[in-house]
Design a protein around this ligand. Sequence first.
Ligand code: CMC
Length: 428
Amino acid sequence: MTDKTATITLGDKSVESPILSGTVGPDVVDIRKFYGQTGAFTYDPGFTSTASCESKLTYIDGDEGVLLHRGYAIGELAEHSSFMEVAYLLLNGELPSADELKTFDNTITRHTMLHEQLATFYRGFRRDAHPMAIMCGVVGALSAFYHDSTDIQDPHQRMIASHRLIAKMPTIAAMAYKYSIGQPFIYPNNELSYTGNFLRMTFGVPAEEYEIVPAVERALDRIFILHADHEQNASTSTVRLAGSSGANPFACIAAGIACLWGPAHGGANEAALNMLREIGRPERIPEYIARAKDKDDPFRLMGFGHRVYKNYDPRATVMQKTVREVFAALKVSDPVFDVALQLEEMALSDDYFAEKKLFPNVDFYSGVILSAIGFPTTMFTALFALARTVGWVAQWNEMISDPAQKIGRPRQLYTGPAQRPYVPVDKR
Ligand code: CMC
């Protein structure tokens, strides 16, 4: 809170609203009493100017291209930490000591198995089901299996549910993939790291040992770090909104997965790679840039632009570097990477993209890496969901513990008919 206030005048009425200041970032006008004082609502579709909550987790400065988790820059975390470390940081507020990390890692590892009966759920899906359809269903179904962690008023149960969700997500995602290709499910192996385990459950087969390539394990772990949390984005806001009614955490995360699936959000990495493959050759780039600029064409450059970043997405910088590392480790290349690099260069030197401040986002290069590792495009969003689960549960816990939290209930500007008399069917 500051001493500053904002005065809003509506007709002959003036109201003073307190101005709240965060640690960094724009001030916030507290309009909680605005309706009571004025009888008017505020209007902000897409929440472009509205802070929906107070949070200590993640800070983004979109103009400067800054992303901090609990104060630590994403570039530093991606370079020096592990996904488990970042998960601990987001959940607990501080980086873990070596012992704390060991204990946390051990706890997560010991929650990776799924109730055996959940395997039968998968068999109810068609083999060609999108992994995100399976993820929504199976994660929602966890609430039917883990009754001992659905009392949201009990902090201990909340933490167990959080650990379970983080731990089981790789198993659920890998099983979705295995089911789609008709291979047997692979159980988790407690000797492996979180990410190594996921690679083995995805690409291993019971008939032989699966060899983890350390550079690939590291690259995927870094991709998970880059996706761990991102402030009040659409899926996180969905999780918070679902949770605000008191819904159990498994149901809330299933809601987040459903929201993430959309092509404007988590589905963009799949769409971006599909677009790059469709472009195929650098000569065709101008045609696609022209289409992206054409107001009458709904086509957009996927992996470009962001609601918050009006500068280079710091996650895209790390992604671009990681592509090269994965290619070197696997001794592969992909012409689609050249298309991506040239498309980025041409778009960034084009006035349309400069004026609208459209830069590559995290999804522009992630698909190229995931594809090189061997993931089919349909798994990309599932991997995003796996990593974002950490942010979702951290934000959900923060919301439940916040005394200012209320059930989310936006208002509206009603433009339908005013009350009118019912007309019997024979008179219409
Ligand atoms: N290609 C061409 N034009 C674009 C693009 C694009 N990728 N993105 C925005 N624009 C234009 C848009 O047409 C609009 O032009 P005008 O002002 O003339 O109407 C202007 O830029 C502002 O766009 P907007 O849709 O009002 O901006 P927004 O903040 O509502 O949308 C966005 C942000 C991410 C949905 C949008 O940039 C987009 O659709 N990008 C492609 C999809 C994508 O890559 N999504 C991943 C986001 S990062 C991952 C995540 O955090 O989930």
